[in-house]
Design a binder for this molecule. Structure first.
Ligand SMILES: Nc1nc2c(c(=O)[nH]1)N[C@H]1C(S)=C(S)[C@@H](COP(=O)(O)O)O[C@H]1N2
Ligand SMILES: [Mo]
Length: 301
């Protein structure tokens, strides 16, 4: 199969967990969200792309707005109001404005994307996201030729986000991509997982997913997207610039100053959580390496 499609597997391509067996029902229930289920061409299963279970994906999270513990987001995010929701799109675009989520979703076709997620803390999962390409939304807003970067912002609502009442990070959480990274077909805005609406702890109702970068680039609960001509500040880079770069592409050869990035602990399998080698660009090198041709990946970590 063509390399471009290899990482865009669908339900039938991988070993399903039990919940998958009710896929048709689940999908029928997604009608309101506009999920059009793809009659996908058959691919063969790729080793290491068996999705983690729903429980693993929704009870081991990083979402500092709800606390720093892995179990805090599940415990605390239930109170987050995710409807109504809108994304402010502004900066260097032809059609700036507040885009209502329902309106955004009516203009796209949702699809399943089973992606590896590699946290900078050296653990990983495989997540069956539901979403659409960020490029679709950016094109709808009309990116102006002078735009070079895309800045993202998470909701700021300390009344509902207890972590924002503490000073762990500068709130709101912000992230950024170079425009070509943002327009890449692997970059999605996800609105669900396992064919269901996005659980709050995973970044409801809409979050970024950039599978070849460390997880912290995949900003949750996005309320603002700004096209800019200058590299935007990012939360973890501001917090510790020597540890977290703007690019933060998964790279087993560039260690974190305090730990190795050569291997990762695959969440799941209980105490046996196996350590596996980390792959360049998290296994998506064939698709994205050319974005960084000629770039010093050690300096631009
Ligand atoms: N707004 C916001 N987005 C965030 C985070 C966060 O704390 N706040 N954590 C990041 C980190 S470190 C990771 S690994 C992923 C985790 O996504 P998951 O909980 O859906 O697995 O979300 C990222 N997005
Ligand atoms: Mo992370």
């Amino acid at each position: 199969m063509a390399g471009r499609w290899r990482n865009r597997l669908n339900w039938s391509d991988v070993t399903p967990e039990t919940a998958y067996l009710n896929r048709r029902q689940v999908m029928a229930g997604m009608g309101a969200l506009g999920l059009s289920v793809l009659a996908a061409p058959a691919h063969s299963a790729e080793a290491g792309l068996e999705p983690n279970t729903w429980d693993e994906i929704t009870s081991y999270n990083n979402f500092y707005e709800f606390g720093t513990g892995k179990e805090d987001p599940k415990r605390n995010a239930g109170q987050l109001t995710t409807d109504p929701w809108a994304i402010q799109i502004d900066g260097l675009v032809d059609r700036p404005g507040s885009y209502d989520l329902g309106d955004i979703l009516s203009g796209v076709s949702l699809e399943e994307r089973i992606y590896r997620l590699r946290c900078v803390e050296a653990w990983s999962m495989v997540v069956p996201w539901v979403g659409f390409e960020l490029a679709d939304l950016l094109n709808r807003a009309g990116v102006q030729p002078s735009a070079k970067y895309v800045a993202f912002q998470t909701l700021l609502r300390p009344e509902e986000m207890p972590g924002q009442r503490t000073a762990i990070l500068d709130w709101p959480y912000v992230e950024g991509l170079r425009l070509d990274e943002a327009m890449h077909p692997l970059t999605i805005l996800a609105t669900g997982l396992y064919g269901k609406e996005m659980p709050n702890q995973n970044g409801a109702p809409i979050r970024l997913v950039v599978p070849w970068k460390y997880g912290f680039k995949s900003i949750k609960s996005v309320v603002r997207i700004t096209l800019t001509d200058a590299q935007p500040p990012t939360s973890w880079n501001r917090y510790a610039p020597n540890e977290y770069g703007f690019y933060s592409n998964v790279n087993p050869e560039v260690d974190h100053p305090r730990w190795s990035q050569a291997t990762e602990r695959r969440i799941g399998g209980g105490v046996f959580s196996p350590r596996v080698p980390t792959r360049m660009f998290n296994g998506y090198a064939e698709e994205v390496a050319s974005l960084y041709d000629g770039m010093d990946l050690m300096g631009n970590f």
